[in-house]
Design a protein around this ligand. Structure first.
Ligand SMILES: [Ca+2]
Ligand SMILES: [Ca+2]
Length: 189
């Protein structure tokens, strides 16, 4: 009786792992250029620190997926922010590439998981934008992290931003001081 149970458990483990992690693509997603404000330190090396921790917007186990097993989705593109001040309203905006003449090119398959703190985030503030399936459209993805609202006497908000672009990984910490502050990065594929 023991062996079928072990096989079933192993299969269940494999299936859950497959659901979380997008299959590797045949050719890597090519990152042509990354633009970031000069005062932001953009770290590309991933140093594993143990098991994956939820809601920190960090790929703690360096498996290429940010905050897996935490109810967030992923794809060949994943942009995630997390911040600790439970009352602060921070927004992650990912604008998809435009056509050559600057026109919208329509739906490129990006979706959003949560809008914190409005979605009942219970102090675990995280927002996640990901590519739902397939390969990403080429072009520049404009990523804006904006402090929409900060209660009067709070400290500046420290926001962790991580991006997964195919097999590449980027992370940085952004400090936003007052309502309306924003920082912009661009990832060109
Ligand atoms: Ca991970
Ligand atoms: Ca994590």
């Amino acid at each position: 009786m023991l062996r079928p149970l072990i096989i079933a458990a192993t299969l269940a483990g494999l299936v859950s792992a497959c659901l979380e992690v997008a299959p590797p693509s045949e050719t890597p997603v090519d990152v042509k250029d990354v633009e970031a404000p000069p005062d932001l330190e953009l770290v590309t090396a991933c140093v594993p620190t143990g098991m994956e921790l939820c809601f920190d917007a960090l790929d703690n186990n360096c498996n290429g997926v940010i905050d897996e097993g935490c109810g967030l989705n992923t794809g060949l593109l994943q942009f995630t922010i997390a911040w600790s001040q439970s009352e602060a309203d921070v927004d992650l905006v990912v604008d998809p590439p435009k056509s050559g003449d600057g026109e919208d090119i329509g739906d490129v398959g990006l979706a959003r998981d949560r809008d914190c703190p409005n979605d009942g985030c219970y102090g675990q503030n995280v927002e996640n934008v990901y590519l739902t399936d397939g390969r990403p459209r080429r072009g520049a993805y404009r990523v804006v992290v904006r402090l929409a609202e900060l209660p009067d006497d709070d400290e500046p908000v420290k926001v962790r931003l991580s991006a997964r672009i195919g097999q590449r990984h980027y992370t940085t910490e952004i400090t936003l001081e007052r309502s309306g502050d924003e920082r912009e990065l661009s990832f060109k594929l």
